[in-house]
Write a protein that binds this ligand. Sequence first.
Ligand SMILES: NC(=O)c1ccc[n+]([C@@H]2O[C@H](COP(=O)([O-])OP(=O)(O)OC[C@H]3O[C@@H](n4cnc5c(N)ncnc54)[C@H](O)[C@@H]3O)[C@@H](O)[C@H]2O)c1
Length: 347
Amino acid sequence: MKKIKIGLVGVGSVAHWGHIPAYQNDPRAEITAICDINEERLKTTAEELNVKEVYTDFNEMMAKSDCDAISVATWNNSHKDATIAGLKAGKAVLCEKPMAMNAQEAEEMLKVSRETGSLLMIGFCSRFGDDAMRLKSFIEDGSLGDIYYVKAGYLRRRGNPKGWFADKARSGGGALIDIGVHALDRSWWLMGKPKPVSVMGFAWNNFGDYKTKGEVYSSDLLDEKSAFDTDDMAVALIRFEGDKALFLEASWAQNIKEGLGYQEVYGNKGGAKLYPLELYTDIDYNQVNIQVPTSQVILHNAEIKHFLDCVEKGEETIAPGEDGVTIMKILDAIYESSRTKKEVFIK
Ligand SMILES: NC(=O)c1ccc[n+]([C@@H]2O[C@H](COP(=O)([O-])OP(=O)(O)OC[C@H]3O[C@@H](n4cnc5c(N)ncnc54)[C@H](O)[C@@H]3O)[C@@H](O)[C@H]2O)c1
């Protein structure tokens, strides 16, 4: 069987714990080319993977490499250009979250994907958990009725990843765009992707560097100088068509007892939460709580298996560029609402 040749653009942290093991785990894929601006990391990764094709410039990689598909796992400020270069070279692209620095960049990426017909999938890995997938199917088969309210949060007590993450010029934003994006995307997807109408948002930068010492999420980032000009916490209330609402919160730093992730959905026939998956409904006027057994899934393995299915069999992705654009529009609106102190309407 001819293998699907994979190029990796950005071979940092998530490439190492997420993308590389996932491609290695799937017999259909073979990593044939890698690119990174960090030459030392490029060299060690090439040795580790026994890859001969190495590049420091993704434009050169797209021009020369015969890889079929690429993962873009660079800092957020190069997602757009690396993705567009890949799409134009006829590669299928899996671009990490957040799709881009803002909605305008995301729309440019989507436009090129439509023009070229090349696949563009966004790395919304938190959709791929067995619990999230099962909850989605309960919602789709009507078991919970009409979902009108969702609450989700991804909160760290102290967990500022520093380096480029906390430098707006390279990240586009902080806790909201970094981890809030997972809670936002999973909520919106579970709700059936309703059209967003407006946002009331708050984003704060209260902690900066010094108070976050002791908890660092990316080991390679400590030497870098951070601007610390991003949010370290954000909250939003998002209104959707059909009178549906989402309450969202995200923090890298907050004076909370302990970090937590939560996902709750409320329908007129039943409610549910994740971690673990439980349903709340009533049967014959009795309130019942149902615990649903689920399997542990390595999210990037499931996400990349789906990406390879799309590349190999031409299947439609469940996380297309269109979804990335909507999520970026909501994120932009949260930041704008925080800045302007007003409700922001989304076109
Ligand atoms: N899905 C998830 O759960 C998840 C988790 C972590 C990170 N991410 C996303 O993955 C991306 C990378 O995050 P990370 O934690 O691996 O960061 P990282 O800093 O560890 O790795 C990024 C790598 O990209 C390289 N790079 C930067 N600009 C480049 C360019 N123009 N061309 C080539 N290489 C370039 C850097 O040198 C670095 O090696 C980010 O977009 C982040 O939001 C997603």
